[in-house]
Design a binder for this molecule. Structure first.
Ligand SMILES: [Zn+2]
Length: 347
C-alpha cells in the first residue's frame, strides 16, 4: 500500500493503480478525490506487449492551425514509443477498408462518394473538412484499423487502434469531424462474419455517440452506451440504448461514481463477446471543446475502471482513441497515451 503518497500518477510505480473501486465499494461516503494508491494491488504481470494498430497515413496532413488537431496521430505514436509501448512485433498496419464492409454501416452512395472524393459540399461542411484523397484514405485506414484491432482483441484479449472513435458518422453521411463510423463498421463486420454474437459499445467521448446510435438502432445484437456532456455537440442527439448526460463542469468524483454504478449493470445484461471502448479525452478540463473537468488522474482512473471491469470478467476489449482537442498537441497526445498505458497492463 502507498496511501501516504500524493494522489498523483507521477509519484507511483508505473503499474501502481488507484484504490478507486475499493474505495467506492467500501464506503459510499468517500469520494474518489480521496482515493489512495495501492502499489501491491497490481494488475496481472504484463506477459505480452499490447497489440496496437497504427498507420502513418492516419495523419492526413492538415495545417497546424486547423480546428481538427491532425498531428496528434504521429505525436501519439511518438509518445507510445517513448513509453516503450509501441513494440515492433505487436504493431499492425491496416489496409484500407473494403467498400463492402463500409456499406454494412453506411449508405452505399455515401461510401462511393467518399472513395471517389466526390462528397457534396453540404456534407463536407457538416463533417468539418473537405474529403480529398488524403482524408478519404485516412478514413478508410482508420476504419480498417478498428476492424483489425477488434480481431486482435478477440485473439489476444485486448488491442487498441491509435485512431478511431468517429462516432458522429451516421448511416447516411459523416458529421462532426467523422467520415466513417469505425466502431459501427467493425461491430457489423464481426457480427456478419459470425465472429461475435453480442457487441457492447462503451462510448465515453465527451460528445454523445449519435452516429453509432443511428447506425446500430435496429441491430439487437449491439448495445450502445454513451456518457457525455449534456450541453455539448450534437445539439440533436440520437438516443443510444443507454445515455447518461452530465452537466458542464463535471469533475472526477461525480464522473467516476456515475460510471462505477453503471458498469456492473452493463456487464450483467448479457454475455458480451467484445466491448468497443471509445476513450475520447475531450472530457478533460483543459480540452478546448469538452466543457467537463476531468484531470489526468481522473482519465487514468476511468480507463482502469472500464478496462479492468471487462478484462477481469474475461471480455475482449477493443480500445479506440476518440476525440481530444487542444492547441497543445503534444499534451493532447500524452492524454491519449493514457489509454494505452492502462491497456498495456491488461495485455
Ligand atoms: Zn468528442
Amino acid at each position: 500500500m502507498c496511501p501516504s503518497l500524493p494522489a498523483s500518477r507521477n509519484h507511483h510505480p508505473p503499474n501502481c493503480q488507484p484504490n478507486l473501486l475499493l474505495v467506492l465499494r467500501n464506503s459510499g461516503r468517500k469520494t474518489v478525490s480521496h482515493f489512495s494508491w495501492n502499489c501491491s494491488r497490481l494488475a496481472p504481470a504484463r506477459s505480452m506487449p499490447l497489440q496496437i494498430v497504427h498507420h502513418p497515413d492516419y495523419d492526413a496532413g492538415f495545417a497546424v492551425n486547423h480546428r481538427f488537431p491532425m498531428s496528434k496521430y504521429p505525436l501519439l505514436m511518438e509518445a507510445l514509443r517513448i513509453r516503450g509501448l509501441a513494440v515492433p512485433g505487436a504493431l499492425s498496419m491496416p489496409q484500407p477498408a473494403p467498400a463492402a464492409s463500409l456499406k454494412l454501416a453506411h449508405a452505399a452512395d455515401y461510401v462511393d462518394q467518399v472513395i471517389a472524393c466526390r462528397v457534396p459540399e453540404k456534407i463536407e461542411r457538416e463533417i468539418g473538412f473537405p474529403i480529398g484523397p488524403r482524408v478519404s484514405l485516412r478514413a478508410q485506414l482508420a476504419t480498417a484499423g478498428t476492424v483489425l484491432a477488434a480481431r486482435l482483441a478477440l485473439k489476444h484479449g485486448i488491442a487498441c487502434n491509435a485512431a478511431g472513435g468517429s462516432h458522429h458518422a451516421r448511416r447516411a453521411q459523416g458529421a462532426g469531424f467523422c467520415t466513417f463510423n469505425d466502431v459501427a463498421v467493425a461491430s457489423l463486420t464481426l457480427l456478419a462474419e459470425g465472429a461475435v454474437a453480442n457487441v457492447l459499445i462503451v462510448d465515453l467521448d465527451v460528445h454523445q455517440g449519435d452516429g453509432t446510435a443511428d447506425i446500430l438502432k435496429d441491430e439487437p445484437r449491439a448495445f450502445t452506451f454513451s456518457m457525455h456532456g449534456e450541453r455539448n455537440y450534437p445539439v440533436r442527439k440520437i438516443a443510444s440504448d443507454l445515455d447518461v448526460a452530465l452537466p458542464d463542469g463535471t469533475g472526477d468524483d461525480v464522473y467516476l461514481e456515475r460510471l462505477a454504478a453503471i458498469l456492473p449493470d452493463l456487464w450483467g445484461q448479457r454475455h458480451w463477446d467484445i466491448v468497443f471502448y471509445n476513450a475520447g479525452v475531450d472530457a478533460h478540463a483543459e480540452d478546448r471543446l469538452g466543457r467537463l473537468a476531468l484531470t489526468d488522474d481522473g482519465l487514468r482512473a476511468r480507463e482502469d475502471m472500464v478496462i479492468g471491469h471487462f478484462r477481469n470478467h474475461g471480455v475482449a476489449l477493443c480500445g479506440v482513441i476518440g476525440g481530444g482537442y487542444s492547441t497543445d498537441v503534444p499534451a493532447l497526445a500524452a492524454r491519449h497515451a493514457i489509454l494505452f498505458e492502462v491497456a498495456a497492463r491488461y495485455a
